[in-house]
Design a binder for this molecule. Structure first.
Ligand SMILES: NC(=O)c1ccc[n+]([C@@H]2O[C@H](COP(=O)([O-])OP(=O)(O)OC[C@H]3O[C@@H](n4cnc5c(N)ncnc54)[C@H](O)[C@@H]3O)[C@@H](O)[C@H]2O)c1
Length: 310
């Protein structure tokens, strides 16, 4: 019996794997190393409970073989084209990986008689609003990334009609913390501070985001799949608090103790950006009894320590 994690070389995948190994589970990590960080796999080379499959999730025959040969009972399907500007730049690739890749995992889960499957969706499936998003709201994504994730959710609804597999649709908000793989705002600031720049060149700092400590997001996902009892459980994984990006920058600069001023870099201002993204976490609390911490100062202190900057 083993648990399969797709997107194993990725950011969230590395924390999901840590949580599973802390529960002494057998884990198969799957990734095609298109992005992510191979170090997230290499660090586990000596752990006998972990094995790695270098496979593309859109290759249905190959993922089916992994599921069947490894006796997979649980799947965490995290592999995706996640970085929104990359998805906007290449919508066909986003559809191929995020939509076709998800159907491929559903086919593999069905043929392998998998018991539970979690799918990493996103708060970006919701229509922009200044209010916290509850899972019962009608999704209305406004970019290609959110659209592909909503299509993944719809494929799960379709697959559920003809399988006993139980599904968890986890809508993640903005993850932050050590090991980040994509050039989101937090690693961008850390890199600029590390380079010793007294001037930070950043995009729009007015949007508000629900910033989720990534290690807590990984643990919440594992606990939520264990607790989900409906044929499909859809749940937000967020903190319930939205922070202004400008306040995030101020906190980071203050805690790093380096001092820096901020300039707008027009190249980093996204052409289309939602101004407010915040999770309603009442359903998550009901499901697992807790929600990730909204304490930005504590999360950033942990990140700076991991980066050797505090
Ligand atoms: N990071 C966030 O803030 C956030 C927020 C909402 C949702 N999510 C979702 O959580 C999941 C994990 O995100 P992340 O931040 O770890 O992203 P990531 O980019 O670090 O990881 C994605 C991984 O998927 C792999 N991958 C891509 N295409 C593949 C393919 N065809 N076959 C096999 N592997 C492939 C990449 O190599 C990478 O290692 C994604 O589905 C993402 O959309 C993340």
């Amino acid at each position: 019996m083993s648990t399969l994690v797709t997107g194993a070389a990725g950011y969230l995948g590395s924390y999901v794997i840590d949580t599973l190994l802390s529960q002494d589970r057998q884990v198969v990590g799957l990734d095609n190393l298109a992005w992510g960080n191979k170090e997230h796999i290499d660090r586990l080379a000596d752990d006998e409970r972990f094995s790695f499959a270098n496979v593309d999730v859109t290759d249905t025959a190959a993922v089916t073989s992994v599921v069947q040969e490894q006796g997979v009972t649980d799947i965490f399907h995290l592999a995706a084209l996640h970085f929104i500007p990359a998805a906007v730049a290449d919508p066909s690739l986003a559809v191929r990986i995020n939509v076709l890749g998800t159907q491929s995992m559903l086919d593999a889960a069905k043929s392998g008689g998998v018991e539970r499957m979690a799918f990493a969706s996103t708060g970006d499936v919701y229509s922009p609003s200044d209010d916290a998003h509850h899972e019962d709201l009608e999704p209305a994504p406004f970019n290609i990334y959110g659209l592909t994730k909503l299509q993944g959710e719809q494929l799960i609804r379709n697959a559920q009609r003809s399988t006993d597999t139980k599904f968890l649709v986890a809508r993640f908000f903005n993850l932050y913390g050590a090991r980040e793989t994509n050039p989101h705002i937090v690693p961008e600031i850390v890199d600029q501070l590390k380079a010793g720049s007294g001037v930070l060149r950043l995009g729009n700092l007015e949007p508000r985001r629900d910033m989720v400590p990534v290690h807590e997001a990984g643990r919440a996902l594992v606990e939520a799949l264990g607790a989900a009892s409906e044929p499909i459980t859809t749940v937000n994984i967020g903190t319930g608090t939205a922070h202004r990006m400008g306040d995030l920058v101020d906190t980071l600069v203050e805690l790093a103790g380096t001092g820096a001023t901020v300039e707008t870099d027009p190249d980093k201002v996204r052409a289309s950006e939602r101004m407010h993204l915040q999770a309603d976490v009442s359903k998550l609390r009901e499901l697992i009894g807790w929600a990730p911490s909204p304490d930005l100062a504590a999360g950033i202190t942990a990140l700076l320590q991991a980066e050797g900057m505090a």
